[in-house]
Design a protein around this ligand. Structure first.
Ligand SMILES: NC(=O)c1ccc[n+]([C@@H]2O[C@H](COP(=O)([O-])OP(=O)(O)OC[C@H]3O[C@@H](n4cnc5c(N)ncnc54)[C@H](OP(=O)(O)O)[C@@H]3O)[C@@H](O)[C@H]2O)c1
Length: 330
């Protein structure tokens, strides 16, 4: 049976600002829901977009946060942040939403959530690594594996390695045995990625980077991108004939300069991808377990310091996931 309770605590958006609130009604509850203690949560760029009003259908007074490692009945669970995907593997239903607005999310001490959205945490992951996984892992898995259908012989380019989803896609492609190339706006991030197994790294701020990549590798088979915008024309330069470009974000806005001649002549597929289905989520957790993948963590903050973590993401200083611990709430 579900349990309704009043007095939920968490970070909400109120009059355009992030505030901690400790007298909220539990709006998630239904009879299928269970109440879990949140151990750890993680930040996504989505939370930053919401804070600045740059996300569709913003609803205030809702606890944000889409990633969580929770305790229910003495066991640790990951939360699948895809709510009501539906039965169609090709796309989500009209009722679909992402956890953490419009329904209460994980920047909280407790959450009520459908049991169907819970999946046991692989034992070898810490609470912090577990919280890093759900949204970024799901998005990366669908973009790379369900949509771009990478195989070990593919050369994969991860555009903007510093991001949470990008880093997860990088780790998944390496686990598959692909040759992985990365770009970044920061040399230090390229250096770290090479230490983790990248074959090469290019600064996307260098106007010669596409020429260098083509000279070094001849091009790439798969590109995973969340930037879009004007820089997309560079991705069309390095994609090989028959290549696939999976796009899961549009940080730099509309693609206004798509070279259609390259698109059709090289038989390129551009694939939109958002979050993932329940099946993607389950497959992603199995995949992570099969390859003993440990998400890369940038920094762990107490949940009371949410805004410090946000500031780090807003200024692009992170490499991997930014995590919040709830210890200071207990
Ligand atoms: N559709 C979905 O389901 C879904 C899911 C998750 C995220 N997203 C979207 O995807 C984007 C990234 O999300 P996130 O949570 O991973 O954010 P994040 O951790 O803040 O990462 C931001 C990313 O943008 C990259 N970047 C910035 N400027 C770039 C440029 N000019 N060219 C290439 N890359 C650039 C950064 O790379 P460097 O730091 O290496 O420069 C970094 O990878 C956001 O727009 C988010 O809303 C969509």
């Amino acid at each position: 049976m579900g349990l309704f309770f009043w007095g939920m605590k968490g970070w909400i958006l109120k009059n355009g600002s992030l505030v901690w609130e400790d007298q909220l009604p539990d709006e998630n509850q239904t009879t299928e829901h269970v109440v879990c203690d949140v151990l750890t949560s993680a930040l996504n760029h989505r939370d930053v977009w919401i804070k600045y009003g740059k996300y569709p259908d913003i609803k205030e007074n809702i606890i944000l946060g889409s990633d969580g490692c929770v305790i229910f009945d003495g066991k640790r669970y990951l939360i699948n942040p895809s709510i009501q995907w539906g039965n169609n593997e090709l796309a989500q239903s009209d009722e679909y939403s992402v956890l953490g607005m419009p329904t209460h999310g994980t920047f909280s001490d407790k959450i009520s959530i459908s049991k169907e959205n819970l999946i046991l945490v692989p034992d070898y992951l810490t609470d912090e690594e577990a919280a890093a996984l759900p949204l970024a892992g799901l998005t990366a898995y669908r973009a790379l594996i369900s949509r771009a259908r990478t195989t070990p012989s593919d050369v994969v380019l991860i555009n903007g390695i510093g991001g949470g989803v990008a880093m997860m896609a990088f780790q998944f492609a390496l686990a598959q045995g692909c040759k992985v190339i990365v770009t970044s706006g920061h040399q230090w991030k390229l250096d770290l990625a090479i230490k983790l197994g990248a074959h090469a790294g290019y600064l996307y701020t260098d106007d010669q980077w596409t020429k260098r990549l083509i000279a070094d590798f001849g091009g790439v088979d798969v590109i995973i991108d969340s930037a879009g915008g004007d820089g997309f024309s560079n991705l069309m330069k390095v994609i090989k004939p028959g290549g696939r470009i999976a796009i899961y974000g549009g940080t730099h806005g509309k693609i206004t300069n798509l070279n259609t001649q390259v698109l059709f002549w090289r038989q390129v597929s551009i694939l939109g991808s958002t979050m993932g289905s329940d099946q993607d989520f389950k497959e992603m957790v199995d995949f992570v377990q099969k390859y003993d993948i440990k998400p890369v963590i940038d920094e762990v903050f107490p949940l009371s310091q949410l805004e410090l973590g946000m500031k780090k993401m807003e200024t692009g200083q992170q490499f991997g996931k930014i995590i919040f611990q709830n210890q200071d709430l207990r």
